[in-house]
Every structure is written in structure tokens, then in C-alpha cells.
Design a protein around this ligand. Structure first.
Ligand SMILES: C[S@@+](CC[C@H](N)C(=O)[O-])C[C@H]1O[C@@H](n2cnc3c(N)ncnc32)[C@H](O)[C@@H]1O
Length: 267
């Protein structure tokens, strides 16, 4: 499995290869309006893509990975070295800096040295996770390789900080949209939340324009069935993707459970 450049909760990294098997044979432009950690973008590696997320600091980080991978890698090296030599205060200074400036370099460092690597913001958009004391954080040399590799992969992608409806406004007949909205039942745990009825109207609009979509939607997690059925007229196929263990649940409950996720296709 490929390594993540941005660790993001709800990442599709472990399912990406399976989801990719359902791609249509042909499509024009690729859209991913809930990009998060970008696992599907990496797996699909399309030549022409438009990606977005409501989380602006995340999009700034994607743009840095794309435009200046070496600069980003150097900034991580400096921050990381400061942490090893000066100790935990360095982490909290950089966290304060990020909360003032929203610098993508700082965000990358925090994501690689915070508790369980979980990017977490409070209601004001301030990063509020603490330092992971027992781990040094990935070495600058290892992270540099990952950043450079991802940077090559995303050269054909444009990144927009926007609502999903805005990111996909330019989509046309023959284009493909991969949708991975925040779980409706864990509303608030991810950055942002979306209105279910408005989302259904959006899917109807895609159908009427002949735009293909793949939608990762709900989960059956252990004993709990979180399946929310989509109205039948909105899709053509409903597949179940085994997604192994949910890292989200493992972090929350110190247990692992089997997860199946729905993938809806409108062709
Ligand atoms: C389940 S995560 C996507 C994970 C991604 N597929 C990955 O592999 O990392 C959902 C994403 O939707 C974003 N989001 C929430 N509300 C949004 C909205 N209204 N428009 C666009 N993005 C939104 C969140 O910031 C989060 O990154």
C-alpha cells in the first residue's frame, strides 16, 4: 500500500485499490470534491483533475505539495530538528505559529508529530492536538521521498478550498466525480458537515447532466449497521467494499472491528 503524505481521518487508503476496480473504462476529467488525504486521487492518478475540500488549511497544504515539494520538505526538516534538540516546547511554539498564520509547513509538521497523527481543529479552526511524546515523528529523509512522490502524482490536479457543489460546478457529461462525504452519522467529527437533502438534490443534478459518480457512503461497522439507503432512482449499482479495520474506531475504542462500506455507482 502507498504511504500517505497527509494523514487524514476517514482516509480511503486501505480501500483505494478496491474502489479503483469499479472505475468506468473511460471518463474525461476527474473530480474529487471531498479530497481529505487524497487516497483515491493518488490511486487513480488522473492526468486532469479538480479537487476540493471545505478545509482551507488542508487545501493550502495540497498546493504546497504540488508547487514546492522541496521547500516543504526543508521546512519539515528544520521543524523536526528543532523538536529533537529543544524538546516539547518547540512543538507548542510551532502550533501557536500555525494558529496565527495557518502556514501549511507548520500543519505538515504538526500532523507528523501529534498524538496518533490525527489532524484535529477546534471550532475556531485552531489545531488542538498535542505532541506525541513517545515518538520522534517520521524522519525528514523518509518524508522527503513521500512528498516528492506525491508531488509528481498530483501535477495534473487543481486544488480548491470550497464546498463540494462549487468544486464540481464545471463538470460536464462524460466526467467522473468520486464522492466521499463526511459520514452523516458522525456529523461534526470531520471538518464540516453536509446537509443530506441538499446532497440528494446534488446527486439528482449529476444524473440529469450525465455526469458519472462513485459515492462511498456508509458503513456496517461490527454489530452496528449504519447503512443509510440512497433513494433507488439516484443510482444504478450498490456494491459493498470490505475495508478491513476502521482506524477511527480503533483509536476511539482500542478495538478493531470489521467494516463494510457502500459504493454507489450511477452507471
Ligand atoms: C471522509 S473525508 C474524505 C477522505 C478522503 N477520501 C481520504 O481518502 O482521505 C470527508 C472530507 O469532506 C470534507 N468536507 C466536509 N464538508 C464539506 C463540504 N461541504 N464541501 C467539501 N468538503 C467537505 C472534510 O473536510 C473531509 O476532508
Amino acid at each position: 500500500m502507498f504511504k500517505p503524505v497527509i494523514k487524514w481521518s476517514g482516509s480511503k487508503r486501505s480501500q483505494a485499490a478496491r474502489i479503483k476496480e469499479y472505475l468506468p473504462k473511460e471518463f474525461n476529467r476527474y473530480y474529487e470534491p471531498f479530497i481529505g488525504g487524497g487516497s483515491m486521487l493518488y490511486a487513480i492518478n488522473p492526468p486532469d483533475a479538480v479537487c476540493g475540500d471545505i478545509c482551507a488549511p488542508l487545501i493550502d497544504l495540497w498546493n504546497e505539495i504540488k508547487r514546492d515539494p522541496m521547500g516543504l520538505s526543508e521546512a519539515y526538516r528544520q521543524h523536526w530538528t528543532k523538536l529533537q534538540t529543544e524538546g516539547y516546547q518547540a512543538y507548542y511554539e510551532i502550533r501557536d505559529d500555525f494558529n496565527r498564520t495557518r502556514s501549511p509547513e507548520d500543519l505538515l509538521f504538526l500532523s507528523r508529530t501529534c498524538v496518533n497523527g490525527l489532524i484535529r481543529f477546534n471550532a475556531n479552526g485552531d489545531f488542538n492536538n498535542s505532541l506525541h511524546h513517545t515518538r520522534p515523528g517520521i524522519s525528514p529523509d523518509s518524508l522527503e521521498k513521500i512528498i516528492l512522490d506525491w508531488s509528481e502524482h498530483i501535477q495534473g490536479a487543481e486544488f480548491i478550498a470550497a464546498d463540494y457543489t462549487v468544486t464540481t460546478e464545471s463538470a460536464q457529461t462524460g466526467d467522473l466525480i468520486y464522492l466521499d462525504p463526511p459520514y452523516f452519522h458522525t456529523k461534526g467529527r470531520y471538518y464540516g458537515a453536509i446537509n443530506f437533502d441538499a446532497f440528494l438534490t446534488y446527486l439528482e443534478h449529476l444524473n440529469s447532466k450525465g455526469i458519472k459518480y462513485m459515492l462511498s457512503f456508509d458503513g456496517i461497522r461490527g454489530e452496528d449497521d449504519f447503512t443509510i439507503e440512497l433513494p433507488k432512482e439516484l443510482y444504478r449499482r450498490h456494491e459493498f467494499i470490505p475495508s478491513g479495520n476502521s482506524s477511527f474506531k480503533k483509536v476511539m475504542d482500542k478495538e478493531s472491528v470489521h467494516v463494510l462500506e457502500s459504493l454507489y455507482l450511477n452507471w
